[in-house]
Design a binder for this molecule. Structure first.
Ligand code: CA
Length: 232
């Protein structure tokens, strides 16, 4: 199946360059320079990934991300200005799965896109849903589904990657470095804050009280661990 990517970038040259690189990888590509049009395409088309420039002429990229996120958990890779760390953090808080700072090489972007698409794929090495904490948390890797206290929860690909990594060894502490390698396959500047931000988002979706997390626990100075044991 051909994956479909939407590139939202208002610089025509860069937009065209990204299109040709992504098409060369066999991906179907929609492009637009407008946030409003991006939302329109997002409503009408089934997308596997969105590459989103944060600075668009008509709408802030943050707003485009928020609106896309309101109706789908499509992976988003943000394009941000190098100097603007707050932009990256804002993007990640909106549930972006990755960001890349300008200027970047198109080859690098293609690698990121492929990594995010791979993460979204089903890993069918475990067919039975695993249950944790007396059934409080159920992770079905085959169906890529998470149920918390009986309620299905939608996770972004990065949140899914972090949770399933922790769940493979409940109680074991994973460093932020390990987690970022687990979900991205590489390390980059600012990965610690990135992991922290995704964990914060994950807790808001999973924890009864995100201020007192029980499922995804912090181990000060080390990292994170799944705070409940696997059932059975
Ligand atoms: Ca721009």
């Amino acid at each position: 199946m051909v994956a479909t990517v939407m590139v939202v970038e208002d610089e025509p040259k860069l937009r065209q360059l990204l299109r040709s690189y992504l098409e060369r990888e066999g991906l179907a590509v929609y492009t637009t320079g407008s946030g409003a049009e991006a939302l329109d395409i997002g409503r009408r088309r089934s997308l596997d990934l969105v590459v989103l420039d944060l600075r668009l002429p008509d709408l802030p990229g943050e707003e485009v991300a928020r609106e896309l996120r309101a109706t789908s958990d499509v992976p988003i890779v943000m394009l941000t200005a190098k100097s603007e760390e707050h932009e990256r953090i804002a993007g990640l808080e909106l549930g972006a799965d990755d960001y890349i700072t300008k200027p970047f090489s198109p080859r690098e972007l293609v690698l990121r896109v492929q990594a995010v698409l791979r993460r979204g794929r089903v890993v069918a090495d475990r067919t039975v849903p695993a249950s944790y904490g007396g059934g409080e948390l159920v992770i079905d890797e085959e169906c890529r589904r998470v149920v918390v206290r009986g309620q299905p929860v939608e996770l972004t690909p990065t949140e899914w990657g972090i949770l399933t990594a922790l769940a493979r060894a409940p109680g074991r502490v994973f460093s932020r470095y390990e987690l970022i390698n687990e979900v991205r396959g590489y390390e980059f500047d600012g990965y610690e804050r990135t992991v922290n931000t995704h964990v914060k988002n994950l807790r808001h979706k999973l924890e009864l009280d995100p201020a007192k997390p029980r499922l995804v626990e912090t181990v000060l100075g080390v990292g994170y661990r799944l705070g409940v044991a696997r059932d059975r």
